[in-house]
Design a protein around this ligand. Sequence first.
Ligand code: EPZ
Length: 428
Amino acid sequence: MDRIIIRGGRRLSGTVPISGAKNAALTLLPCALLTDGRLTLSNLPRLADVDSFGHLLNGLGVSTTIAGAKAAGGIDRAMTLQAEAIVSTLAPYDIVRKMRASILVLGPLLARAGEATVSLPGGCAIGNRPIDLHLKALEALGAEIELAAGYVKAVAPRGGLRGGRVTFPIVSVGATENVLMAAVLAAGETLIENAAREPEISDLCRCLVAMGAEIEGIGTESLLVQGKAALHGADYRVMPDRIEAGSYACAAAITGGDLLLEGARAEDMGAIIAGLVEAGLTVTDEAGGLRVAADGPIRALSLSTAPFPAFPTDMQAQFMAMLALADGASVLTETIFENRYMHVPELTRMGADIEVRGRTAIVRGVKGLVGAPVMATDLRASMSLVLAGLAATGETEVLRIYHLDRGYERLEEKLSAVGADIERDSDG
Ligand code: EPZ
Protein backbone atom coordinates (compact mmCIF):
# COMPACT_ATOMS: atom_id res chain seq x y z
CA MET A 1 0.00 0.00 0.00
CA ASP A 2 1.55 3.33 -1.06
CA ARG A 3 2.21 5.90 1.61
CA ILE A 4 3.69 9.40 1.60
CA ILE A 5 6.33 10.47 4.12
CA ILE A 6 6.81 14.18 4.87
CA ARG A 7 9.43 15.78 7.07
CA GLY A 8 7.84 19.12 7.90
CA GLY A 9 9.00 22.59 8.84
CA ARG A 10 10.38 23.70 5.48
CA ARG A 11 9.26 26.96 3.86
CA LEU A 12 7.96 26.41 0.32
CA SER A 13 8.96 28.79 -2.43
CA GLY A 14 8.89 28.66 -6.23
CA THR A 15 6.49 27.70 -9.01
CA VAL A 16 3.81 24.99 -8.96
CA PRO A 17 2.37 24.05 -12.38
CA ILE A 18 -1.40 23.68 -12.02
CA SER A 19 -2.91 20.76 -13.95
CA GLY A 20 -6.19 20.47 -15.82
CA ALA A 21 -9.22 20.34 -13.54
CA LYS A 22 -10.29 16.86 -12.38
CA ASN A 23 -13.93 17.91 -12.02
CA ALA A 24 -13.96 19.46 -15.48
CA ALA A 25 -12.24 16.44 -17.10
CA LEU A 26 -14.75 14.02 -15.56
CA THR A 27 -17.67 15.80 -17.22
CA LEU A 28 -15.88 16.51 -20.52
CA LEU A 29 -14.89 12.88 -21.11
CA PRO A 30 -18.50 11.57 -21.42
CA CYS A 31 -19.20 14.27 -24.04
CA ALA A 32 -17.45 11.91 -26.47
CA LEU A 33 -20.58 9.71 -26.31
CA LEU A 34 -22.64 12.51 -27.87
CA THR A 35 -21.06 12.31 -31.34
CA ASP A 36 -19.49 9.85 -33.78
CA GLY A 37 -16.84 12.50 -34.39
CA ARG A 38 -13.44 12.91 -32.72
CA LEU A 39 -13.24 14.82 -29.42
CA THR A 40 -9.71 15.80 -28.38
CA LEU A 41 -9.27 17.02 -24.81
CA SER A 42 -5.92 18.69 -24.05
CA ASN A 43 -4.49 19.67 -20.66
CA LEU A 44 -5.98 16.43 -19.36
CA PRO A 45 -4.66 15.69 -15.83
CA ARG A 46 -2.88 12.39 -15.08
CA LEU A 47 -5.26 11.13 -12.42
CA ALA A 48 -6.59 7.74 -11.41
CA ASP A 49 -10.17 8.91 -11.94
CA VAL A 50 -9.42 10.10 -15.48
CA ASP A 51 -7.89 6.71 -16.33
CA SER A 52 -10.86 4.88 -14.78
CA PHE A 53 -13.28 7.00 -16.78
CA GLY A 54 -11.36 6.19 -19.96
CA HIS A 55 -11.74 2.47 -19.26
CA LEU A 56 -15.45 2.89 -18.60
CA LEU A 57 -15.87 4.70 -21.94
CA ASN A 58 -13.86 2.00 -23.75
CA GLY A 59 -16.42 -0.55 -22.56
CA LEU A 60 -19.21 1.56 -24.08
CA GLY A 61 -17.49 1.67 -27.49
CA VAL A 62 -15.37 4.81 -27.20
CA SER A 63 -11.84 4.57 -28.60
CA THR A 64 -9.32 6.58 -26.59
CA THR A 65 -5.76 7.49 -27.60
CA ILE A 66 -3.31 9.53 -25.57
CA ALA A 67 -0.75 11.95 -26.97
CA GLY A 68 1.64 13.72 -24.62
CA ALA A 69 3.11 16.87 -26.12
CA LYS A 70 5.94 18.73 -24.34
CA ALA A 71 4.55 22.08 -23.32
CA ALA A 72 5.98 24.86 -21.18
CA GLY A 73 5.96 23.89 -17.52
CA GLY A 74 5.22 20.25 -17.98
CA ILE A 75 3.65 17.64 -20.20
CA ASP A 76 0.37 18.76 -21.75
CA ARG A 77 -1.41 15.45 -22.10
CA ALA A 78 -4.18 15.15 -24.69
CA MET A 79 -6.68 12.35 -25.22
CA THR A 80 -8.60 11.81 -28.45
CA LEU A 81 -11.91 10.02 -27.99
CA GLN A 82 -14.29 8.67 -30.63
CA ALA A 83 -17.59 6.82 -30.25
CA GLU A 84 -18.31 5.75 -33.82
CA ALA A 85 -20.93 3.42 -32.42
CA ILE A 86 -22.20 2.74 -28.92
CA VAL A 87 -21.57 -0.98 -28.29
CA SER A 88 -22.90 -1.13 -24.74
CA THR A 89 -25.10 1.06 -22.55
CA LEU A 90 -24.13 -0.60 -19.25
CA ALA A 91 -22.02 1.09 -16.57
CA PRO A 92 -21.36 -1.80 -14.17
CA TYR A 93 -21.31 -1.67 -10.36
CA ASP A 94 -17.63 -2.56 -9.98
CA ILE A 95 -16.64 0.56 -11.94
CA VAL A 96 -19.28 2.95 -10.64
CA ARG A 97 -18.69 2.08 -6.96
CA LYS A 98 -15.03 3.12 -7.34
CA MET A 99 -15.81 6.31 -9.21
CA ARG A 100 -19.09 8.09 -8.59
CA ALA A 101 -18.60 10.39 -11.55
CA SER A 102 -19.42 7.37 -13.76
CA ILE A 103 -23.06 8.40 -13.27
CA LEU A 104 -22.27 11.15 -15.82
CA VAL A 105 -22.60 8.63 -18.67
CA LEU A 106 -26.34 8.39 -17.96
CA GLY A 107 -27.42 11.59 -19.75
CA PRO A 108 -25.20 11.21 -22.83
CA LEU A 109 -26.09 7.50 -23.30
CA LEU A 110 -29.79 8.33 -23.11
CA ALA A 111 -29.32 11.14 -25.62
CA ARG A 112 -27.20 9.18 -28.08
CA ALA A 113 -28.40 5.57 -27.70
CA GLY A 114 -31.87 6.07 -26.21
CA GLU A 115 -31.16 3.90 -23.19
CA ALA A 116 -28.74 3.39 -20.29
CA THR A 117 -28.25 0.97 -17.40
CA VAL A 118 -26.03 2.54 -14.79
CA SER A 119 -25.26 1.18 -11.34
CA LEU A 120 -26.41 3.35 -8.47
CA PRO A 121 -23.15 4.90 -7.24
CA GLY A 122 -23.79 4.34 -3.55
CA GLY A 123 -22.42 6.62 -0.88
CA CYS A 124 -18.86 7.56 -0.06
CA ALA A 125 -16.90 8.80 2.95
CA ILE A 126 -18.36 12.32 2.82
CA GLY A 127 -22.03 11.46 2.49
CA ASN A 128 -24.70 9.24 0.98
CA ARG A 129 -24.60 11.18 -2.32
CA PRO A 130 -28.11 10.49 -3.76
CA ILE A 131 -28.84 10.94 -7.47
CA ASP A 132 -32.57 11.71 -7.27
CA LEU A 133 -32.06 15.15 -8.87
CA HIS A 134 -30.27 13.58 -11.86
CA LEU A 135 -33.19 11.18 -12.42
CA LYS A 136 -35.96 13.77 -12.01
CA ALA A 137 -34.20 16.09 -14.47
CA LEU A 138 -33.91 13.35 -17.11
CA GLU A 139 -37.57 12.41 -16.61
CA ALA A 140 -38.42 16.04 -17.46
CA LEU A 141 -36.87 15.32 -20.87
CA GLY A 142 -39.15 12.29 -21.31
CA ALA A 143 -36.91 9.52 -19.97
CA GLU A 144 -38.58 6.53 -18.29
CA ILE A 145 -36.53 5.64 -15.21
CA GLU A 146 -36.70 2.37 -13.26
CA LEU A 147 -34.59 1.40 -10.23
CA ALA A 148 -33.93 -2.33 -10.04
CA ALA A 149 -31.34 -4.43 -8.24
CA GLY A 150 -29.07 -1.50 -7.54
CA TYR A 151 -29.19 -0.20 -11.09
CA VAL A 152 -30.82 2.75 -12.82
CA LYS A 153 -32.53 1.59 -16.02
CA ALA A 154 -33.38 4.56 -18.20
CA VAL A 155 -35.11 4.58 -21.59
CA ALA A 156 -35.82 7.55 -23.87
CA PRO A 157 -39.16 7.87 -25.66
CA ARG A 158 -39.35 6.18 -29.07
CA GLY A 159 -38.62 9.43 -30.90
CA GLY A 160 -35.80 10.31 -28.53
CA LEU A 161 -35.58 12.77 -25.64
CA ARG A 162 -37.52 15.96 -25.99
CA GLY A 163 -36.82 19.40 -24.53
CA GLY A 164 -38.43 20.28 -21.22
CA ARG A 165 -38.23 22.52 -18.17
CA VAL A 166 -35.97 21.54 -15.25
CA THR A 167 -36.04 23.50 -11.99
CA PHE A 168 -33.57 22.15 -9.41
CA PRO A 169 -34.77 22.49 -5.77
CA ILE A 170 -31.13 22.58 -4.66
CA VAL A 171 -27.96 23.24 -6.64
CA SER A 172 -26.36 20.04 -7.94
CA VAL A 173 -23.19 20.06 -10.04
CA GLY A 174 -23.57 16.49 -11.32
CA ALA A 175 -27.29 16.72 -12.02
CA THR A 176 -26.76 19.95 -13.97
CA GLU A 177 -24.03 18.24 -15.99
CA ASN A 178 -26.11 15.13 -16.69
CA VAL A 179 -29.18 17.01 -17.90
CA LEU A 180 -27.05 19.42 -19.98
CA MET A 181 -25.46 16.49 -21.82
CA ALA A 182 -28.92 15.05 -22.46
CA ALA A 183 -30.59 18.33 -23.49
CA VAL A 184 -28.10 19.12 -26.27
CA LEU A 185 -29.54 16.21 -28.33
CA ALA A 186 -33.14 16.45 -27.10
CA ALA A 187 -35.70 17.64 -29.67
CA GLY A 188 -36.69 21.24 -28.91
CA GLU A 189 -35.80 23.65 -26.15
CA THR A 190 -34.74 22.86 -22.58
CA LEU A 191 -34.71 25.43 -19.78
CA ILE A 192 -32.59 24.52 -16.73
CA GLU A 193 -33.27 26.73 -13.71
CA ASN A 194 -31.25 26.87 -10.49
CA ALA A 195 -28.41 25.27 -12.45
CA ALA A 196 -25.02 24.95 -10.76
CA ARG A 197 -22.67 27.77 -11.75
CA GLU A 198 -19.34 26.13 -10.89
CA PRO A 199 -16.62 26.99 -13.46
CA GLU A 200 -16.58 23.31 -14.46
CA ILE A 201 -20.19 23.69 -15.67
CA SER A 202 -19.17 26.63 -17.88
CA ASP A 203 -16.25 24.53 -19.14
CA LEU A 204 -18.73 21.78 -20.07
CA CYS A 205 -21.01 24.29 -21.83
CA ARG A 206 -18.10 25.73 -23.81
CA CYS A 207 -17.00 22.26 -24.91
CA LEU A 208 -20.58 21.35 -25.95
CA VAL A 209 -20.85 24.60 -27.93
CA ALA A 210 -17.53 23.75 -29.63
CA MET A 211 -19.21 20.45 -30.59
CA GLY A 212 -22.14 22.32 -32.18
CA ALA A 213 -24.54 22.66 -29.24
CA GLU A 214 -26.59 25.83 -28.70
CA ILE A 215 -26.60 27.03 -25.06
CA GLU A 216 -27.54 30.46 -23.70
CA GLY A 217 -26.87 31.76 -20.18
CA ILE A 218 -23.48 30.08 -19.71
CA GLY A 219 -22.19 30.96 -16.23
CA THR A 220 -25.63 31.81 -14.90
CA GLU A 221 -28.17 29.75 -12.95
CA SER A 222 -30.52 29.70 -15.94
CA LEU A 223 -29.39 27.72 -19.00
CA LEU A 224 -31.43 27.61 -22.24
CA VAL A 225 -30.53 24.76 -24.61
CA GLN A 226 -31.76 24.36 -28.19
CA GLY A 227 -31.42 20.64 -28.94
CA LYS A 228 -29.66 19.48 -32.12
CA ALA A 229 -30.07 16.35 -34.21
CA ALA A 230 -26.35 15.63 -33.91
CA LEU A 231 -23.12 17.10 -32.59
CA HIS A 232 -19.67 16.94 -34.18
CA GLY A 233 -16.15 16.45 -32.82
CA ALA A 234 -14.00 19.26 -31.40
CA ASP A 235 -10.65 20.11 -29.86
CA TYR A 236 -11.05 21.43 -26.33
CA ARG A 237 -8.61 22.43 -23.57
CA VAL A 238 -9.56 21.49 -20.01
CA MET A 239 -9.68 24.45 -17.62
CA PRO A 240 -7.04 24.70 -14.84
CA ASP A 241 -7.91 23.05 -11.53
CA ARG A 242 -9.08 25.75 -9.11
CA ILE A 243 -9.17 23.31 -6.18
CA GLU A 244 -5.65 22.05 -6.81
CA ALA A 245 -4.53 25.69 -7.03
CA GLY A 246 -6.34 26.54 -3.79
CA SER A 247 -4.77 23.52 -2.11
CA TYR A 248 -1.24 24.65 -3.00
CA ALA A 249 -2.11 28.19 -1.89
CA CYS A 250 -2.78 26.66 1.53
CA ALA A 251 0.66 24.99 1.33
CA ALA A 252 2.24 28.45 0.90
CA ALA A 253 0.22 29.73 3.86
CA ILE A 254 0.93 26.86 6.24
CA THR A 255 4.72 26.91 5.58
CA GLY A 256 5.10 30.70 5.57
CA GLY A 257 6.08 30.42 1.93
CA ASP A 258 5.66 32.12 -1.44
CA LEU A 259 4.33 30.15 -4.45
CA LEU A 260 3.44 31.03 -8.01
CA LEU A 261 0.49 28.80 -9.00
CA GLU A 262 1.27 28.60 -12.69
CA GLY A 263 -1.79 28.61 -14.94
CA ALA A 264 -4.31 29.19 -12.11
CA ARG A 265 -7.26 31.32 -13.17
CA ALA A 266 -8.23 34.02 -10.62
CA GLU A 267 -11.76 34.38 -12.00
CA ASP A 268 -12.54 30.80 -10.95
CA MET A 269 -11.27 31.38 -7.43
CA GLY A 270 -12.97 34.51 -6.08
CA ALA A 271 -14.15 33.10 -2.77
CA ILE A 272 -10.94 31.10 -2.26
CA ILE A 273 -8.82 34.22 -2.84
CA ALA A 274 -11.04 36.26 -0.50
CA GLY A 275 -10.52 33.59 2.19
CA LEU A 276 -6.74 33.58 1.67
CA VAL A 277 -6.57 37.40 1.90
CA GLU A 278 -8.72 37.35 5.05
CA ALA A 279 -6.30 34.79 6.50
CA GLY A 280 -3.51 37.32 5.97
CA LEU A 281 -1.93 36.11 2.73
CA THR A 282 -0.83 38.34 -0.14
CA VAL A 283 -2.45 37.16 -3.38
CA THR A 284 -1.48 38.76 -6.70
CA ASP A 285 -2.79 37.90 -10.16
CA GLU A 286 0.35 37.71 -12.30
CA ALA A 287 0.84 37.03 -16.01
CA GLY A 288 1.82 33.39 -15.44
CA GLY A 289 -0.74 32.62 -12.75
CA LEU A 290 -1.57 33.43 -9.15
CA ARG A 291 1.13 34.32 -6.63
CA VAL A 292 0.32 33.49 -2.99
CA ALA A 293 2.72 34.63 -0.27
CA ALA A 294 2.57 34.48 3.52
CA ASP A 295 2.78 37.91 5.06
CA GLY A 296 2.87 37.52 8.85
CA PRO A 297 0.84 35.10 10.97
CA ILE A 298 -2.23 33.28 9.66
CA ARG A 299 -5.35 35.10 10.82
CA ALA A 300 -8.45 33.26 12.07
CA LEU A 301 -11.65 33.60 10.07
CA SER A 302 -15.19 32.28 9.80
CA LEU A 303 -16.69 30.84 6.64
CA SER A 304 -19.45 28.61 5.30
CA THR A 305 -19.23 26.40 2.25
CA ALA A 306 -21.89 26.90 -0.42
CA PRO A 307 -22.37 26.52 -4.20
CA PHE A 308 -20.31 28.72 -6.54
CA PRO A 309 -19.53 31.60 -6.41
CA ALA A 310 -19.42 31.07 -2.62
CA PHE A 311 -16.61 29.23 -0.83
CA PRO A 312 -16.28 25.70 -2.27
CA THR A 313 -16.82 22.64 -0.08
CA ASP A 314 -13.82 21.06 -1.83
CA MET A 315 -11.55 23.60 -0.09
CA GLN A 316 -12.92 23.22 3.46
CA ALA A 317 -10.50 20.53 4.65
CA GLN A 318 -7.47 22.34 3.25
CA PHE A 319 -8.45 25.64 4.90
CA MET A 320 -8.99 23.79 8.17
CA ALA A 321 -5.40 22.53 8.12
CA MET A 322 -4.15 26.08 7.49
CA LEU A 323 -6.38 27.57 10.20
CA ALA A 324 -5.17 24.98 12.73
CA LEU A 325 -2.09 27.24 13.03
CA ALA A 326 -3.91 30.58 12.96
CA ASP A 327 -3.85 33.25 15.66
CA GLY A 328 -7.24 32.72 17.30
CA ALA A 329 -10.33 30.62 16.73
CA SER A 330 -11.96 30.03 13.33
CA VAL A 331 -15.48 28.76 12.67
CA LEU A 332 -16.09 26.62 9.56
CA THR A 333 -19.57 25.50 8.51
CA GLU A 334 -20.00 22.71 5.94
CA THR A 335 -23.40 23.16 4.29
CA ILE A 336 -23.05 20.82 1.28
CA PHE A 337 -22.13 17.36 2.58
CA GLU A 338 -23.25 15.76 5.82
CA ASN A 339 -19.99 14.07 6.75
CA ARG A 340 -17.08 16.09 5.47
CA TYR A 341 -15.07 16.29 8.70
CA MET A 342 -13.24 12.95 8.43
CA HIS A 343 -9.93 14.84 8.50
CA VAL A 344 -10.65 16.26 11.97
CA PRO A 345 -9.63 13.21 14.10
CA GLU A 346 -6.42 12.87 12.10
CA LEU A 347 -5.53 16.57 12.36
CA THR A 348 -6.27 16.33 16.09
CA ARG A 349 -3.77 13.50 16.39
CA MET A 350 -1.17 15.93 15.02
CA GLY A 351 -1.99 18.43 17.76
CA ALA A 352 -4.74 20.52 16.18
CA ASP A 353 -7.48 21.81 18.49
CA ILE A 354 -10.76 21.29 16.62
CA GLU A 355 -14.25 20.81 17.97
CA VAL A 356 -17.04 19.62 15.66
CA ARG A 357 -20.65 20.45 16.52
CA GLY A 358 -22.92 19.08 13.77
CA ARG A 359 -22.13 20.94 10.56
CA THR A 360 -19.82 23.43 12.32
CA ALA A 361 -16.17 23.04 13.28
CA ILE A 362 -14.42 25.38 15.72
CA VAL A 363 -10.70 25.48 14.98
CA ARG A 364 -8.61 27.00 17.78
CA GLY A 365 -5.16 27.90 16.50
CA VAL A 366 -2.19 26.17 18.14
CA LYS A 367 1.46 27.12 18.12
CA GLY A 368 2.56 24.08 16.16
CA LEU A 369 1.66 20.61 14.88
CA VAL A 370 3.59 17.40 15.45
CA GLY A 371 4.16 14.80 12.73
CA ALA A 372 2.37 11.44 13.13
CA PRO A 373 1.17 8.46 11.09
CA VAL A 374 -2.27 9.47 9.74
CA MET A 375 -4.93 7.84 7.58
CA ALA A 376 -6.42 9.38 4.44
CA THR A 377 -10.18 8.86 4.16
CA ASP A 378 -11.26 10.89 1.13
CA LEU A 379 -9.62 13.03 -1.47
CA ARG A 380 -9.65 16.48 0.08
CA ALA A 381 -9.18 15.18 3.63
CA SER A 382 -5.97 13.52 2.40
CA MET A 383 -4.69 16.85 1.12
CA SER A 384 -5.38 18.50 4.47
CA LEU A 385 -3.17 15.87 6.13
CA VAL A 386 -0.38 16.52 3.64
CA LEU A 387 -0.66 20.24 4.36
CA ALA A 388 -0.47 19.63 8.11
CA GLY A 389 2.56 17.39 7.55
CA LEU A 390 4.34 20.15 5.63
CA ALA A 391 4.09 22.42 8.69
CA ALA A 392 4.49 19.84 11.46
CA THR A 393 7.73 19.18 13.28
CA GLY A 394 9.08 15.72 12.64
CA GLU A 395 7.81 13.07 10.27
CA THR A 396 4.25 12.55 9.01
CA GLU A 397 3.27 9.34 7.27
CA VAL A 398 0.05 9.55 5.24
CA LEU A 399 -1.50 6.14 4.55
CA ARG A 400 -4.12 5.11 1.93
CA ILE A 401 -2.89 7.75 -0.50
CA TYR A 402 -4.87 6.19 -3.35
CA HIS A 403 -7.39 8.82 -2.28
CA LEU A 404 -4.85 11.54 -3.13
CA ASP A 405 -3.98 10.02 -6.48
CA ARG A 406 -7.59 10.50 -7.56
CA GLY A 407 -7.30 14.25 -7.55
CA TYR A 408 -3.70 15.47 -7.30
CA GLU A 409 -1.36 14.87 -10.23
CA ARG A 410 2.34 14.37 -9.38
CA LEU A 411 1.81 15.70 -5.84
CA GLU A 412 5.17 14.81 -4.33
CA GLU A 413 7.01 15.96 -7.49
CA LYS A 414 5.30 19.36 -7.41
CA LEU A 415 5.92 19.81 -3.68
CA SER A 416 9.55 18.62 -3.79
CA ALA A 417 10.25 21.13 -6.57
CA VAL A 418 9.35 24.00 -4.22
CA GLY A 419 11.35 22.75 -1.23
CA ALA A 420 9.26 20.14 0.57
CA ASP A 421 10.94 17.07 2.05
CA ILE A 422 8.39 14.54 0.79
CA GLU A 423 8.63 11.06 -0.72
CA ARG A 424 6.31 8.25 -1.77
CA ASP A 425 7.06 4.80 -0.37
CA SER A 426 5.50 2.16 -2.51
CA ASP A 427 6.72 -0.75 -0.37
CA GLY A 428 4.63 0.28 2.67
C1 EPZ B 1 -19.40 17.50 -7.51
O1 EPZ B 1 -20.00 16.40 -6.86
C2 EPZ B 1 -17.90 17.32 -7.36
N1 EPZ B 1 -17.48 16.09 -8.01
C3 EPZ B 1 -17.53 17.28 -5.88
O2 EPZ B 1 -16.10 17.23 -5.78
C4 EPZ B 1 -18.00 18.58 -5.21
O3 EPZ B 1 -17.73 18.51 -3.83
C5 EPZ B 1 -19.51 18.76 -5.45
O4 EPZ B 1 -19.79 18.73 -6.86
C6 EPZ B 1 -20.03 20.08 -4.89
O5 EPZ B 1 -19.33 21.14 -5.49
C7 EPZ B 1 -17.28 16.09 -9.35
O6 EPZ B 1 -17.47 17.10 -10.03
C8 EPZ B 1 -16.82 14.81 -9.96
P1 EPZ B 1 -23.62 17.86 -6.04
P2 EPZ B 1 -21.59 16.12 -7.05
O7 EPZ B 1 -24.55 17.07 -6.87
O8 EPZ B 1 -22.00 16.49 -8.40
C9 EPZ B 1 -26.97 16.61 -2.93
C10 EPZ B 1 -14.03 16.44 -5.04
O9 EPZ B 1 -13.48 16.40 -3.93
N2 EPZ B 1 -27.59 15.89 -4.06
O10 EPZ B 1 -23.38 19.30 -6.38
O11 EPZ B 1 -21.86 14.73 -6.58
C11 EPZ B 1 -25.64 16.00 -2.50
O12 EPZ B 1 -25.86 14.94 -1.59
C12 EPZ B 1 -15.49 16.07 -5.18
O13 EPZ B 1 -13.45 16.78 -6.11
C13 EPZ B 1 -28.86 15.34 -3.90
O14 EPZ B 1 -29.47 15.43 -2.84
O15 EPZ B 1 -22.18 17.14 -5.98
C14 EPZ B 1 -24.95 17.18 -1.87
O16 EPZ B 1 -25.42 17.32 -0.54
C15 EPZ B 1 -16.12 15.68 -3.85
N3 EPZ B 1 -29.42 14.68 -4.95
C16 EPZ B 1 -25.44 18.37 -2.69
O17 EPZ B 1 -26.61 17.92 -3.38
C17 EPZ B 1 -28.78 14.55 -6.17
O18 EPZ B 1 -29.36 13.95 -7.11
C18 EPZ B 1 -24.45 18.84 -3.74
O19 EPZ B 1 -24.07 17.72 -4.51
C19 EPZ B 1 -27.49 15.11 -6.31
C20 EPZ B 1 -26.92 15.78 -5.24
